[in-house]
Design a protein around this ligand. Sequence first.
Ligand code: C5P
Length: 410
Amino acid sequence: MLQWKKNRKILLAITGGISAYKTPEIVRAMIRSGWELEIVLTEEAERFVSPMVLSTLAGKRIWKQADYLSDESGWRIPHIALAEWPDAVMVIPASAESISRAARGEAGTLIGGILLATRAPVLFFPAMNVNMYEHPATIQNIKTLSSLGYHLIEPHTGYLACGYEGKGRLPETDAVIHEVWRTLCPDRDLEGKRVLVTAGPTWEFLDPVRFLSNPSSGKMGYQMARTAWYRKGSVTLVHGPVENRCTHGIVTVPVVSALEMYHEVIRRTEENDLIVKAAAVGDFRSSEIAPQKIKRTEDNVLNLSLVQNPDIALEVGKKKREDQILVGFAAESRDLVENARKKLARKNMNYIILNDISAGEGSGFQSDDNKVTVISRTGDMVSLSGTKEEVAYRIWDIILSPKERPGIFE
Ligand code: C5P
């Protein structure tokens, strides 16, 4: 796990909206993320979600409005103790009423008191009927909250519990967790930067049902994109066919073949500051795609004629400006460093990440872990290993501040 992700303390404030019924699932995900939790409910929230379910899942008592200034526990001043404790506060769902109250700085409720007293970052997840969300009064309140330094996470668009279609859905649980990570991420060195990442394999069809491909899972590229987003980059991910992952916050461009990937990357090359080519692009495609399924042959042989796909990284390398950074990946099985260095020079890359695909378990295709060597244009090298998320994060550390980190290349 990334160092800054360890031992985080999160205060979950639940207010009275129908999507509060999703919060037990969110609590489970928070516990899986290793977070220590405190949970506060408004009186209205108690009507949408059972305090008993929440306290059972969290394994501890939860805080209710009745605890605020009560004879029983009021002397403990829960709103101050709870305000001082967390690394981040999330208001989820944030009802129209709770947004309005927070914009006015009310302190008549336990949550209101906590919001005024805390110095931790606060994330609001508005979720409500689309008309309520788009009402000028709500828009005004949201603007006020933003100007006060709160983080407002836009609701998703879709089917709403009230029967309407539109903007107002609570984002999926993984998206909620990623938003908190993004807020807690200590590095914001990609703020204002545009990052393009490619990931996954390509499929080069031979006939309507068969294709040439490779076992790339897209995990490394996904982590390069996700960690760039944590560091506040505006991220676009061009990916081949891969399993579904939470792409919240990332612009995704799904493609199938190398030629499609080529077109999608080239048309975005100019506008991006950093381009990371983590995709395992097919080097060859069939010279023609058979319109019908290819049949078995009499003589047990099938000759395929293949043509070479464009080398996307090479084309980007030719086009790129001096101020743009191009990072490639190289999956090599022999003469590793030598081949990677040649590739870096030929494709005009700034860095190449060498993946030893013969290293076996704990690295390469499909694995959640990786062992890589980062090679810079000047020939410096550093080896990294860990989960693909950790490796991706360290790669950004190296790319984004090589000079401020002397000794990073051993
Ligand atoms: O396939 P190769 O080892 O040359 O890949 C090195 C780098 O070039 C990788 O970053 C890969 O994504 C990129 N590449 C590409 N287009 C290709 C082949 C490779 O962009 N047709």
